[in-house]
Design a protein around this ligand. Structure first.
Ligand code: LMR
Length: 397
């Protein structure tokens, strides 16, 4: 039976990492996948995680059995105030419950299966553009998809008027996928005022918001990056939030994330979570424990939590300063294109404006790896590679 199978196309992001890893060029540069790199080009294990590992290794005497379907309770409890704010009504009222998932992708897939099961006729509306994997995840869950305008490529800005006009037409009962912060791939986020406007539209149209919250802390700050979610919660809306701890805890290969459900009452959220659990059971039964224990330990110890906040701020600051260095270096090398818009964007990604043909030339001639859409992972730029990178980009403009 396998003889007839045709090879599948490579994944647009992770397939690029495979090609990068195979490239023997010692000067290769990877601006593809969204993985944080420090000034030395390394993905560090955060100091707070190293300390949490020590605490766990000194205290764990038994591996234990399976975690519950919803994962480690201590982590789930810690996620809710992180998302909605400590002392918020959403966190204090018992209307929110979280289930640990294998990364943000796991949370999105469980959310997709839950939506398909509970609201089989609902369509999902996604920003144009969006993360390359969103379409695949919701296709796998069997959900019909629509898009709403989001990014004005020519202006390098949010297409807010077009976005609100499209969302004002979304039928009641559909789902709208929103990037809570650090929009992937554009790096353009709504302002707090715009979030309040979007929450108002959601309330009027009665659609269900699903937030992808993969970059908390990488935009303006851990609390600030939740502004959109909190504006929707303050408007009294129900929602799903698929969060990830891959980036902000540097736990990429531990696969730690959480799907949080906010409902109108404690009874409604408990009923919803009972179905989320069933979706988890048929996907992977229950999530792995170690990464969640690390996150729960850091969030549960005041000193470690303060250290984590500092370390997230340091990652964010490095990305912001390298954005500026990139724009200045490009300006010094060419006047063919102004990259100034890159300093107004947030998080790991920006749309560089490079065409697919330019991206391919950079890959073939300079071993610079960028996804075909022209999205660059800014975190891959450092003092050692910025000059060669900007020379090569200037050369293809
Ligand atoms: C990305 O967009 O590069 C990251 O979210 C990693 C991934 O899984 O695609």
């Amino acid at each position: 039976m396998f003889e007839t199978i045709q090879t599948a196309p490579p994944d647009p992001i992770l397939g690029l990492t495979e090609a990068f890893n195979k490239d023997p060029n010692p000067d290769k540069i990877n601006l593809g996948v969204g993985i944080y790199k420090d000034a030395q080009g390394k993905t560090p294990t955060l100091e707070c995680i190293q300390r949490a590992e020590k605490i766990l290794s000194e205290n764990e005497t038994s591996g234990g059995g399976y975690l519950p379907m919803t994962g480690l309770a201590a982590m789930d409890d810690a996620v809710i105030p992180l998302v909605f704010g400590a002392g918020s009504d959403a966190a204090a009222s018992g209307r929110a419950l979280a289930a640990q998932t294998p990364g943000g992708t796991g949370g999105l897939r469980v959310a997709g299966d839950f939506i398909k099961k509970m609201f089989p006729g609902a369509k999902i509306w996604m920003s144009d553009p969006t993360w390359a994997n969103h379409k695949g995840i919701f296709t796998a869950s069997g959900i019909a998809q629509e898009t709403y305008p989001y990014y004005d490529k020519a202006a390098g800005n949010l297409a807010f008027d077009k976005m609100t006009a499209a969302l004002a037409e979304v039928p009641a009962g559909d789902v709208v996928l929103l990037h809570a912060c650090c929009h992937n791939p554009s790096g353009m986020d709504p302002t707090p005022e715009q979030w309040t406007q979007l929450a108002q539209i959601a309330k009027e149209r009665k659609f269900l918001p699903l937030f992808d919250f993969a970059y908390q802390g990488f935009g303006n700050g851990i609390e600030e990056d939740a502004a959109g979610i909190r504006a929707f919660a303050a408007a009294g809306l129900e929602m799903l939030v698929a969060g990830s701890f891959s980036k902000n805890f540097g736990l990429y290969n531990q696969r730690v994330g959480a799907l949080t459900v906010l409902a109108g009452s404690a009874e409604a959220v408990a009923a919803a979570m009972s179905h989320v659990k069933l979706c988890i059971r048929v996907n992977y039964s229950n999530p792995p424990a170690h990464g969640a224990r690390l996150v729960a330990t850091v969030l549960g110890e005041a000193e470690l939590r303060a250290l984590w906040e500092q370390e997230v701020a340091a990652m964010r600051d490095r990305i912001n300063s390298i954005r500026k260095r990139f724009v200045d270096t490009m300006a010094a090398k060419t006047d063919k294109q102004d990259f100034g818009f890159i300093t107004t964007q947030l998080g790991m990604f920006s749309f560089s404006g490079l065409t697919k043909a330019q991206v391919h030339t950079l890959r073939d001639q300079h071993a610079i790896y960028i996804v075909d859409s022209g999205r660059i992972s800014v975190a891959g730029i450092n003092e050692d590679n910025i000059d060669a990178l900007c020379d090569a980009i200037a050369g293809v403009l």
